[in-house]
Design a binder for this molecule. Structure first.
Ligand code: OOG
Ligand code: MG
Length: 261
């Protein structure tokens, strides 16, 4: 297959799956495609959102915890782009009709302190961010049955669909061993520790800078960096109230709205 010639076609397929909320077949499937090519498809896919008027709102890492790698059968750390249309305000109701088969996962979010052009950061990662918050990511693979290869999930912008960030706090606390809870309707759904995120979520900052540099992703001051889920993701149903708590950082909530036809 001439991958360069197909980039736009594969991006169009994934974009249409998201826009029409209809799962599609894996774009690469069994084909042994270099992950660098999958990142080119991701860039083309996100460019379609930007062409529709969205802005880049940050970046996210995937598979930074063993829980997630085991759940999805993919073990390399990956990076995706967040856009303004994915941002959900804390406490809001999210219409699940926007998604195909959404799942929620508890995360730690950082706020970028500086503009980092790809490959252009030589400083200390702790100086690249200035605030931290509890967060929830809503992931929604555009692939049938939420199944994919590494190249497939990279092309699909790492299943990014929506994100909710709680109140920012200064980066004054150690982050390496804080309890993480995901509650659905006040029942415990997942429990873990920030230690699951690369041993310390701060490592997500240096990893994101490295991957963003490699794949041409600019990280802008004031935008969000999601460090990756500390636990497995949980399927969302209409009517649910979702709360993520990170000990010492507080909690963040949203509710899953009923789809309106
Ligand atoms: C891919 C996204 C993984 C994380 O936090 O590990 C991710 C997926 O699980 O569909 O966002
Ligand atoms: Mg995630």
């Amino acid at each position: 297959m001439n991958i360069r010639a197909s980039i736009d076609e594969l991006a169009a397929r994934l974009d249409s799956a998201a826009v029409t909320r209809t799962a599609c077949a894996q774009v690469f499937g069994e084909q042994d495609v270099p992950v660098d090519d999958a990142y080119v498809v991701q860039a083309a896919l996100v460019a379609r959102r930007l062409d529709r008027g969205e802005r880049l709102a940050g970046a996210k890492l995937g598979f930074t915890s063993r829980a997630k790698a085991l759940q999805m059968g993919v073990s390399d750390v990956i990076i995706g782009r967040l856009t303004s249309g994915m941002a959900v305000a804390e406490g809001d109701e999210v219409d699940l009709g926007r998604f195909i088969h959404p799942r929620a996962e508890p995360e730690v979010a950082f706020r970028m302190a500086v503009d980092i052009e790809p490959g252009g950061w030589r400083g200390n990662p702790a100086e690249a961010v200035d605030a931290v918050a509890p967060a929830v990511e809503i992931i929604d693979s555009r692939y049938r049955d939420f199944r994919f290869s590494l190249a497939d999930v990279v092309a699909d912008n790492t299943s990014a669909a929506a994100f909710v960030v709680g109140a920012w706090r200064p980066l004054s606390l150690p982050l390496h061993n804080r309890g993480v809870l995901l509650e659905i309707d006040d029942r415990l759904a997942e429990a873990g520790s920030t230690a699951a995120i690369l041993g310390d979520p701060m490592r997500a900052v240096s990893t994101a800078i490295r991957l963003a540099g490699r794949y041409g992703i600019a990280l802008a001051a004031g935008t969000v960096l999601m460090a990756g889920a500390a636990t497995s993701a949980v399927a969302l149903r209409p009517g649910q109230a979702v709360t993520a708590t990170v000990s010492g950082l507080g909690r963040v909530r949203f509710s899953a709205g009923h789809a309106t036809e």
